[in-house]
Design a binder for this molecule. Structure first.
Ligand SMILES: *[C@@H]1O[C@H](CO)[C@@H](O)[C@H](O)[C@H]1NC(C)=O
Ligand SMILES: *[C@@H]1O[C@H](CO)[C@@H](O)[C@H](O)[C@H]1NC(C)=O
Ligand SMILES: *[C@@H]1O[C@H](CO)[C@@H](O)[C@H](O)[C@H]1NC(C)=O
Ligand SMILES: *[C@@H]1O[C@H](CO)[C@@H](O)[C@H](O)[C@H]1NC(C)=O
Ligand SMILES: *[C@@H]1O[C@H](CO)[C@@H](O)[C@H](O)[C@H]1NC(C)=O
Ligand SMILES: *[C@@H]1O[C@H](CO)[C@@H](O)[C@H](O)[C@H]1NC(C)=O
Ligand SMILES: *[C@@H]1O[C@H](CO)[C@@H](O)[C@H](O)[C@H]1NC(C)=O
Ligand SMILES: *[C@@H]1O[C@H](CO)[C@@H](O)[C@H](O)[C@H]1NC(C)=O
Ligand SMILES: *[C@@H]1O[C@H](CO)[C@@H](O)[C@H](O)[C@H]1NC(C)=O
Length: 361
């Protein structure tokens, strides 16, 4: 019994390890599987140029250090224009179909970039869903809690769990003369959230998740609820969390007298405007914004061949995914070349974990 168990365990490890050498040999190395639509910020039509650019740079680096490894990339977009539900809503099964068909045509490489949509990625990485075909995935997106702790998945942008953990920490934090400990919140869930806002708010809503088990939160599900809460003298909380842009704050506040002791917390991670605009809007006066550091090195557009207006954190995330993959392969191939008799077998157990690399976003 014990022997059997170990055998099973051992074979699982073999399957899950990443084989650098067979990756070097495969005829396609990177599959890029993304929506190809008009409005998603991570649409393949925006991502394609920057991925090709990154592949070129990485391949040049390999050549310069004398490696014969070249990244070969294959793009598979899914056009959902003819679906009734556009965007992520329609992409759930599509990604699985693409994966199967790539496998069928022997065009499945060793790493996949995308999808960005949580549901689509979940179908690909969740073994319990029954898909035996798996491939390491690097995603700019896939924010939802259902994609947490998936061995095959590496996410380059902050997942929802990280945001809700930050919130719990921040709520508990006391800053002298600035902020008491907070114990309550209203979470405003707009009807029309973007993909990232949907998942960030979802993590604050989910009853079993960290935030709701530590913070007494109430959900507001429409503008009417919000207005009622703001006008209520005995309101549950003075802290109102929402996700979106300054425009969403503006329309949420529309025609409501905001009491002076109310503060809004706006989640707006992927908006460069807070760092580039010299001034702010008047209605943002009592709004705390949760956004990313201004470490974007892509703002200076001159280096980018592609249409600069299409650059955003998602697009640049996929650029960086190529850099991460390229670096991992190069480091391992070089190590094997320099020490051909070491016990290194070229199998990486925890691919893309605990690593640091220089990206653009
Ligand atoms: C990779 O290809 C080389 C020759 O092209 C071959 O010698 C080697 O055995 C192959 N390695 C794997 C892991 O398939
Ligand atoms: C998607 O399909 C629609 C209709 O089938 C077509 O008009 C559109 O150009 C396609 N988009 C892309 C990016 O291929
Ligand atoms: C691909 O699919 C076709 C039709 O579904 C099937 O006949 C063929 O055997 C498959 N090829 C591979 C390599 O799985
Ligand atoms: C939701 O967004 C779509 C497209 O962005 C827009 O056409 C629609 O009017 C919005 N619906 C609501 C209820 O705001
Ligand atoms: C959050 O709640 C869980 C369960 O109620 C508890 O175990 C955990 O310590 C709490 N975390 C914080 C930071 O308070
Ligand atoms: C930055 O300024 C532009 C132009 O006025 C405006 O459209 C945008 O919403 C601003 N962004 C932020 C975050 O204030
Ligand atoms: C962009 O980079 C160039 C040189 O790298 C620099 O001279 C220029 O000031 C930068 N522009 C901005 C807007 O930062
Ligand atoms: C760049 O992209 C924007 C939005 O996708 C588009 O409106 C514009 O025409 C494009 N410009 C060029 C030069 O391709
Ligand atoms: C991560 O890498 C660093 C440096 O290589 C190492 O010191 C650390 O123990 C690693 N952490 C984990 C959790 O593997």
């Amino acid at each position: 019994m014990l022997g059997l168990f170990w055998f099973w365990f051992g074979s699982v490890l073999c399957v899950s390890g990443f084989d650098v050498l067979s990756c070097r040999n495969s005829s396609v190395t990177l599959n890029v599987v993304l929506l190809e639509d008009e409005d998603s910020p991570w649409s393949l039509k925006f991502v394609k140029d920057v991925v090709e650019m990154a592949v070129e740079v990485e391949n040049k680096k390999n050549q310069d250090v004398g490696l014969d490894f070249q990244i070969k990339v294959l793009f598979s977009g899914f056009n959902t224009t003819h679906y009734r539900r556009r965007g992520c809503g329609s992409s759930t099964c599509e990604a699985v179909e693409i994966l199967k068909s790539l496998h069928n045509k022997s065009e499945l490489g060793c790493v996949m970039l995308g999808p960005s949509c949580t549901y689509a990625t979940f179908q690909l990485v969740d073994q319990e869903v029954g898909l035996t075909l798996t491939i390491p995935i690097i995603s700019a997106g896939s924010f939802g809690l259902s994609c947490d702790y998936k061995e095959k998945l590496t996410r380059l942008l902050p997942p929802a769990r990280k945001i809700s953990e930050f919130f719990v920490h921040f709520w508990h934090k006391y800053f002298k003369n600035l902020k008491p400990q907070w114990k309550t919140a209203y979470i405003y869930k707009k009807l029309n959230n973007t993909e990232e806002c949907f998942w960030y708010i979802n993590a604050l809503e989910a009853p079993s998740a960290l935030f709701s088990s530590n913070i007494s939160r109430e959900m507001l599900r429409n503008q009417g609820d919000l207005k009622k809460a703001l006008e209520d003298k005995n309101r549950h909380s003075n802290i109102f969390v929402l996700c979106g842009t300054p425009d969403d704050v503006f329309s949420a506040m529309n025609n409501i007298n905001i009491p002076p002791n109310v503060v809004f917390v706006l989640i707006d991670l992927y908006n460069e405007g807070y760092h580039t605009n010299a001034s702010s809007f008047d209605h943002m006066r009592n709004v705390l914004v949760v956004t990313m550091h201004s470490f974007r090195s892509y703002s200076n557009h001159s280096a980018w061949k592609s249409n600069a207006t299409a650059l955003n954190d998602y697009v640049v995330g996929y650029h960086d995914a190529v850099v991460l993959f390229g670096k991992t392969m190069r480091d391992n191939l070089l190590a094997m070349k320099n020490q051909p008799f070491s016990e290194s077998s070229g199998i990486i157990e925890h691919l893309f974990r605990n690593t640091t690399f220089e990206g653009k976003s």
